[in-house]
Design a protein around this ligand. Structure first.
Ligand code: AMP
Ligand code: AMP
Length: 351
């Protein structure tokens, strides 16, 4: 489907624009970041979820909708009228859907060209392999399983419903019992190591790739199983799940940084060849597992701000090295937009 063209303003004054996002995920830091860069902001909330945005006092304006399904031309019109620039995040894409996002005429920070590449596991793999990253092996059929795999259903919200299987029999046992009608899944080699989420930022304005921070996730019940004895785990017949509840900051072993910067460079470079258009820019995240041999396996890419950046509203140890103000990812986005507007290059940061 053809992508809609944003309606552009020629103003070079950032105050003529409004940074807008949906109230969930990383909206608090996006809104605060806009303010910190001297721009106005707006939050679109589903009825009943207004409280945090009021309580923390970060929103200049709020639009309330009954249901996300009711997202329609009227809301878009309101946004266009205000010269709003939408900042997409995980919940934005989950609630609005790729197809509707592509059709939107409202200004959109980031590239829509990569949406279909990161949402389709096969395409994502082509991209990441081309970037020379190490990926977990993928098995075509359950009968090929020869070591533990993690079974991921398409669109599983925040890791819910993933399970581990060691054999084809085990796979069929769990699938037939719990997910008999789900047939869109991937069987990925289960990589033993620690999960680490690398938060990158590539600015088309400065042409520089940055690493802003890292997190690991706090997941239910994967992070609680270790609280009971192994024999109790067996007795309780617990299946591991990865429902995201929160995020924990991490600082990495410094000698890992050079490789991580190179990985980010290659992902950005290959995105231009693979996905077309302007390629990947703005915040993105490589979701990795690091083994005891310090091999970095990438199991997923998120081509936008991830909520794992939320612990760093006051900046991270890394942004503290580079910036003389507390630099969150939300603020870094606002700064990118502000600089693009001031230089008359707004189109360069819109998808
Ligand atoms: P929510 O708006 O909290 O229902 O989240 C919508 C989607 O965004 C979820 O399905 C998750 O995949 C993702 N998400 C939300 N919060 C987080 C988080 N703190 N860390 C990682 N992913 C998240
Ligand atoms: P996701 O929803 O894709 O972010 O993944 C949810 C959880 O599954 C994360 O905690 C990851 O550590 C874990 N995970 C995903 N893929 C793999 C893999 N191939 N090997 C080991 N753990 C994985």
């Amino acid at each position: 489907m053809a992508k809609a063209k944003p309606i552009l303003s020629a103003s070079t004054n950032p105050k003529d624009f409004v940074i807008a996002t949906i109230g969930s995920h990383s909206a608090l830091q996006i809104l605060k970041g806009a303010r910190d860069e001297g721009m106005r902001n707006l939050v679109i909330c589903k009825k009943g979820s207004e409280r945090p945005y009021q309580s923390y006092g970060v929103a200049d304006e709020m639009i309330v909708v009954d249901e996300w399904e009711n997202w329609n031309e009227k809301i878009e019109e309101e946004l266009i009228k205000r010269n709003a620039i939408i900042i997409p995040h995980g919940s934005f894409i989950a609630y609005i859907g790729h197809e509707r996002v592509k059709k939107m005429n409202v200004m959109y920070y980031g590239t829509k060209d990569v949406l279909e590449w990161e949402s389709d596991r096969k395409k994502e793999r082509v991209w990441l392999e081309k970037a020379g990253l190490k990926l977990p092996r993928v098995y075509d059929t359950p009968e090929d399983i020869e070591k533990p795999v993690i079974v991921k259903f398409h669109g599983a919200g925040g890791g819910f419903g993933y399970f581990i299987a060691k054999t084809a029999e085990q796979f069929h046992e769990v699938k037939d019992r719990k997910y008999p009608h789900e047939n869109d899944f991937v069987l990925q080699e289960y990589v033993v190591g620690v999960p680490l989420y690398i938060h990158y930022f590539y600015s088309p304005v400065t042409g520089e790739l940055e690493i802003l921070s890292f997190d690991k996730r706090y997941e239910s019940n994967a992070d609680s199983i270790g609280r009971i004895r192994a024999e109790d785990q067996l007795a309780a017949n617990i299946h591991t799940s990865y429902t995201i509840v929160g995020n924990i900051p991490v600082v990495v072993r410094e000698s890992l940084l050079p490789e991580m910067f190179e990985m980010g460079d290659r992902v950005v470079e290959t995105s231009r060849e693979v996905c077309g258009g302007k390629g990947l820019f703005g915040p993105f995240c490589l979701e990795t597992i690091i083994t005891r041999k310090l091999e970095i396996f990438v199991f997923e890419i998120s081509a936008r701000i991830v909520a794992g950046t939320n612990p760093f509203i006051e900046g991270s140890p890394y942004t503290a090295l580079k910036y003389d103000v507390p630099m969150s990812t939300g603020r870094r986005i606002a700064r990118d937009i502000k600089q693009a507007i001031e230089q008359g290059r707004l189109e360069d940061v819109l998808g």
